[in-house]
Design a protein around this ligand. Structure first.
Ligand code: OOG
Ligand code: MG
Length: 268
């Protein structure tokens, strides 16, 4: 509480609004830690909550789930931030893989392979384990996330990225559903291709040893803010490889061992 008291509510509202406008009007902003060195992780999640409230209200959408960020070494090294984060998914961020994706309303989008978990039961911290996550999961599916940091050149610190809803922008979930015991969530291989060229490979366990561990971590964090994973939520467990910059006309495919591959096409 003391940490939070260092920044006025007005300032947090202003930062949330600045991030909301940057996304709405498609421009970059500079990192807030430069102006507000006192910005902490806790305060940043307060800003994220305010940003989600703004987006739900102005875009007339609602929460569809959550996402983990920076849960693999590949992503942590790429972004220079060495702790996981989480963010909120909204219904209007869901993209249908059947149609080419337009980049028009995006700033500098990147795409990354993920494993989606869809929940059939609430999952409430603070002592959630991998086993609890798996029991509460209805199914897993291949997914891709489009991230689009609102920060200049995609550069941020941990509090900055948290305030910016962990760079969330769009997500695509494959239509084929798999029970958690149908796939190997530790050793399953993942191949990520751009325009039919392999750009990265990984394994499911690259996400904190087991992607469900990342979700357990998040569930145990959420409860400190009075929040939890709800039945019906979609949770992206974090990219398994580095992300790829998206260009007009590109196609991207993620193939996991034992799952149907998922492809998206970017509009020309
Ligand atoms: C932060 C979001 C990271 C992931 O899956 O690691 C993320 C970023 O890299 O901009 O979504
Ligand atoms: Mg991601």
């Amino acid at each position: 509480m003391e940490e939070r008291a260092m920044m006025k509510t007005d300032t947090l509202d202003q930062i949330a609004y600045a991030l909301y406008l940057a996304e709405r009007d498609v421009y970059e902003v500079t990192k807030f830690v430069e102006r507000y060195p006192e910005l902490t992780v806790e305060t940043a999640y307060d800003i994220q909550d305010k940003l989600i409230e703004l987006k739900c209200k102005h875009e007339q959408t609602s929460i569809s789930g959550l996402k983990l960020g920076l849960t693999s070494k590949a992503k942590q090294q790429m972004m220079g931030v060495h702790e996981p984060t989480y963010g909120v998914l909204l219904a209007n961020m869901a993209v249908n893989a059947q149609h080419p994706i337009s980049l028009k309303s995006l700033i500098h989008p990147k795409i990354e392979p993920e494993i989606a978990f869809v929940f059939k039961e609430d999952l409430v911290g603070p002592v959630v384990t991998v086993a609890h996550v798996l029991t509460a999961t209805a199914y897993v599916a291949p997914a891709m996330e489009i991230i689009d940091s609102r920060y200049l050149n995609f550069h941020f610190t941990l509090p900055d990225v948290i305030a910016d809803n962990s760079s969330s922008s769009r997500y695509i979930v494959g239509s084929q559903k798999y029970a958690v015991n149908e796939v190997d969530l530790v050793n399953m291989g993942c191949i990520f291709t751009q325009n039919d060229e392999m750009i990265a490979t990984s394994t499911a366990g690259s996400v904190m040893g087991h992607p469900a561990r990342a979700i357990a971590w998040m569930a145990n964090k959420l409860i400190a803010r009075g929040q939890h994973i709800r039945a019906g939520d979609i949770v992206l467990s974090g990219a398994l490889t580095g992300s790829a910059t998206m260009h007009a006309g590109d196609s991207f495919t993620v193939s996991f061992d034992g799952m149907e591959s998922l492809s998206v096409q970017v509009e020309r």
